[in-house]
Design a protein around this ligand. Sequence first.
Ligand SMILES: [Zn+2]
Length: 491
Amino acid sequence: MTGWETIIGLEIHEQLNTESKIFCGCSTRFGDEPNKNTCPVCLGLPGALPVLNRHAVELGARAALALGLHINNESIFSRKNYFYPDLPKGYQISQYDRPFSANGELEIMTAERDEAGHPVEWKVKKIAITRLHLEEDAGKNVHEGLPDVDKYSYIDLNRAGTPLAEIVTEPDFRTSWEAYDYVNHVRRALQWVGASEADMEKGNLRCEANVSVRRVGDEKFGTKVELKNLNSVRFMQRAIEFEVTRQIGVLESGGQLQQETRLWDERAGETRVMRSKEEAHDYRYFPEPDLPPLIVADEFVERMRSGLPELPEARRRRFMDQYGLSFSDASQLTSERSLADYYEKAAEISGSPRNASNWIRSELLRELESAGLLAGSSPVAAEELGALVRLVDEQRISGKQGKDVLVEMFKSGKSAATIIAEQGLVQVSDSGEIDRIIDEVITANPQQLEHYRAGKETLFGFFVGQVMKASKGKANPKVVNERLKTKLELS
Ligand SMILES: [Zn+2]
């Protein structure tokens, strides 16, 4: 692959989180009976007139501001003409030459990954944003799960008219991991401010990648291939990797690339041709005559801006400064807003922000993940986790006991104090009692003692284990270590 440079540009469509559609009052609810949520406007019946949903504009503004983009005071809706069965009007209302936002710049943190998939070195990268515009979604052709699908296509227009924001970048990405980190950045920002659920699996965040390669030093871009059907950020990353290797392979063997659209097939792990350039559309854009220009006053933008929560990157930096967390810990804790809120509350109650971070990252997140929950709906409240961290820090219970207590808290919803009282858990730190257990263990293991004294120091761990076991996990490991060292040397 050396000698080649990869060029990637991305388009993201995200569904704005409104209750009704962008140009009519129909519900945007997912999973309803097909064609239930339709009306003359979103069915494209003659004479029906669109009316812009104010909330869609507000959420579009939140999305733009969360990404640090400027909002134009005036933008124009345009008709994008093409024929497709799921598009009843024969055109999509979108924005073209005067979009909601244009010429922005976004700063992301990105890192290449090693063989094991771990980030190597995080660095800042600036991505030029060509535009963010508002538009309506199309409906959906259904080819599965209905009678005679081999003979008929079915059309569900529930989705037609759902508000979308489309974000287009310049071809600024040079690796698949940069693209991966960018999409995750955008997704987190949109979820964070409530603009979109931004869930790729549900299809409310969709992504397309334009990929080409060129010889290092070439000025001219190579032939560009558009990748679709990227149903997760990871699929997108893999699709780009595959495509780069394929393109270089074609060019190095003297072949030529076609400008085409290719679909990612996750099962086969490859991209396949969907359509070639000959079928590409000329959309004949023109201004939508049924909608006036969208005027967005500065006061509106300022009101939206002042209503935003502290944004994820700012919060990550603050976590590092205020709580002394590492970049990767702070990044993980700000990967989602309810988790960041959870952490701050737990940190405050625990009195130890670093320990709270460790407990959340190593213990709580594992429980949440296996239960398929976000921190915001954790059965263990942040205050309760903070209280548990404090109990362990104060050595009222051992770390090992604490972990078991957390699992029990997660299952039963009881507080740490209740579980500790019910189970009679205490950590024994009294050196007299620990000495007694150590003496028993030493007496019971004369051979190991002999070997240890003869220089086999690895047996120290064996003795620690025996003492912990004899104390049923209640002995304070720090005291055990100290006392054992003394006892094993002396007795
Ligand atoms: Zn409608």
